[in-house]
Design a protein around this ligand. Structure first.
Ligand SMILES: [Zn+2]
Length: 508
């Protein structure tokens, strides 16, 4: 996310073609031996190739590490209602048996101003005992018998979601129907993360931080929608067929992703381009054509810079969507970024950094995942520092310095008021200093790291941290290890001062 505080200071491929491209890498993942019979390709996994670049379909060899979601839903924009079922094939990858499964029902958080009601739940086809916690933002399903490590169960939940209309002034604008966009972020139950030490993530949600904490999964999603609405989603469309004269059925696959974003637009315009094999689409209001084209240009530059600096964005598509967010500038979802409409209208200077920041989250959140409710600096600090790397990458060093100065000034001002904290502080412990600590101090940590280990090691760190962390859930010590590997040096003092304690760090 990019918050508003800055203002205070100033393709689809033809499936058959891809089947022939992808069978080899997927089949390679199957056990092979002198007596083994090669397993046929898994159709669920094979279909996922549509969402990925041809060069990255081999990533699906790791599909056994990810749970699978199948969502079937129908949109009723007039009633602002989504009705559907989600089936999640859950594998216990922990070292302890599961007694229950937990799913987040994010739209029941008061900030959403809407609802997500589960109307039925089954495990392996059988009705189950269930209950909710944390103000209905969590639902648990009791397993009839403990699910042992390595075991798999199929959870099926029927749901009805309802969003506000024109609610962005008072609620979370990404779950809202306004200005030609019906944005349906988090519209379905999302399996909670299971932490090795503390078990299921049952914490109350602190809405200073980003909501979603989830692990990489594969999604196959079928949506029935009125033909006069255009769908935007994570991943790629694999088919579109007419159900009736007024209803169209579209099927999407996500590739390995942490959540599935869905939006529907009416009366919007779009422009697109292709960068390093990824198709970028900018969706905008028809009276914002100049800014809509600029959003595409910035996204194109950002993708090119970050692909070179971090490693390739593995997906075939990326959408940039003008949105009524009102209380924040931008929000990231896998394969989709939402940008506040007033930035388009004013063509403001914050427009470019917001687009670059949200696109950087495709690496730092979507691909390399972290606990946004625990260590928000890992993705927000990195996405903020990416604003600096973006300007460096497009040969605009003065603007890169402006970004750094902005972080320096905002963090210094906060610290002068006594508002400083270790980067590792969870959002719930950062009242009144979430932005200066997580975004500004977080960005400055990366600059300090760069100064200490030098350009060559910092470049190795960026690539190594991404390739090691891709699709995984990382924590601070993983970042420390990646940096120490890159520099072949010890960084425990730097890490302790910035991340673990409130030492009076020198602002770089
Ligand atoms: Zn952000």
């Amino acid at each position: 996310m990019l918050t508003l505080t800055r203002t205070a200071l100033r393709r689809s491929f033809a499936l058959l073609v891809l089947l022939s491209l992808c069978v080899a890498p997927v089949a390679l993942a199957q056990p092979q031996g002198p007596t083994a019979t090669p397993m046929p390709p898994d159709p669920f996994v094979v279909t996922q190739t549509t969402a990925l670049l041809p060069a990255t379909v081999g990533d699906l060899a790791g599909a056994k590490a990810w749970d699978r979601y199948t969502i079937i839903a129908a949109l009723s924009p007039g009633e602002r209602r989504v009705r559907g079922t989600v089936t999640v094939t859950v594998t216990n990858r922990a070292s302890r048996p599961y007694e229950r499964l937990y799913f987040h029902l994010y739209p029941n958080h008061p900030d959403f101003g809407g609802r997500l009601d589960v109307t039925g739940a089954r495990l392996d086809g059988q009705p189950v005992v269930s209950g909710t916690e944390q103000g209905d933002t969590l639902i648990w399903l009791a397993l009839p018998r403990p699910l042992p490590p390595g075991g798999t169960v199929r959870a099926e939940l029927s749901f009805v979601a309802r969003t506000p209309r024109n609610g962005s002034a008072d609620t979370f604008g990404a779950f809202n129907q306004e200005a030609g966009l019906w944005s349906l972020a988090n519209f379905y139950p999302i399996l909670a993360r299971y932490f090795a030490d503390t078990g299921w993530d049952r914490r109350p949600i602190d809405s200073q931080g980003d909501f979603v904490v989830s692990s990489t999964a594969l999604y196959e999603v079928t949506i029935d929608a009125p033909t006069d609405w255009t769908l935007i989603s994570t991943g790629a469309r694999v088919s579109a067929t007419a159900v009736t004269d007024s209803v169209r059925r579209e099927r999407f696959v996500s590739g390995p992703q942490r959540e599935f974003y869905l939006g529907a637009t009416q009366g919007r315009a779009q422009v697109s381009t292709t960068v390093d094999g990824t198709r970028i689409v900018s969706h905008y209001q028809t009276n914002h054509a100049t800014a809509g084209r600029k959003a595409l240009r910035v996204a194109e530059q950002a993708l090119r810079v970050f692909n070179a600096r971090y490693g390739t964005y593995p997906l075939a598509e990326l959408d940039v969507v003008e949105s009524a967010l009102t209380n924040f500038f931008g929000m990231e979802y896998p394969g989709v970024v939402l940008i506040e409409q007033t930035l388009y209208a004013a063509n403001a200077s914050d427009f470019e950094v917001t687009v670059a920041h949200e696109i950087a989250h495709q690496w730092w959140y979507s691909q390399v995942g972290n606990d946004a409710q625990g260590e928000a600096w890992l993705d927000e600090g990195f996405a903020s520092y990416s604003q600096v790397l973006y300007y460096e990458g497009i040969a605009a060093p003065a603007l890169a310095t402006d970004e750094l100065n902005f972080f320096r000034e905002e963090f210094s001002a906060s610290r002068r008021r006594g508002r400083d904290a270790p980067l590792a502080t969870p959002p719930s412990g950062l009242d009144g200093m979430y932005v200066p600590v997580v975004y500004d101090k977080g960005a400055l940590f990366f600059h300090s790291l760069r100064a200490q280990i030098g350009e060559a090691a910092f470049s190795r760190f960026l690539k190594g941290y991404y390739s090691e962390g891709r699709y995984r859930d990382v924590a601070g010590p993983d970042l420390l290890r990646a940096a120490e590997t890159a520099c072949a040096c010890q960084l425990t003092q730097l890490y302790r001062d910035w991340v673990l304690t409130k030492a009076p760090v020198r602002i770089p």
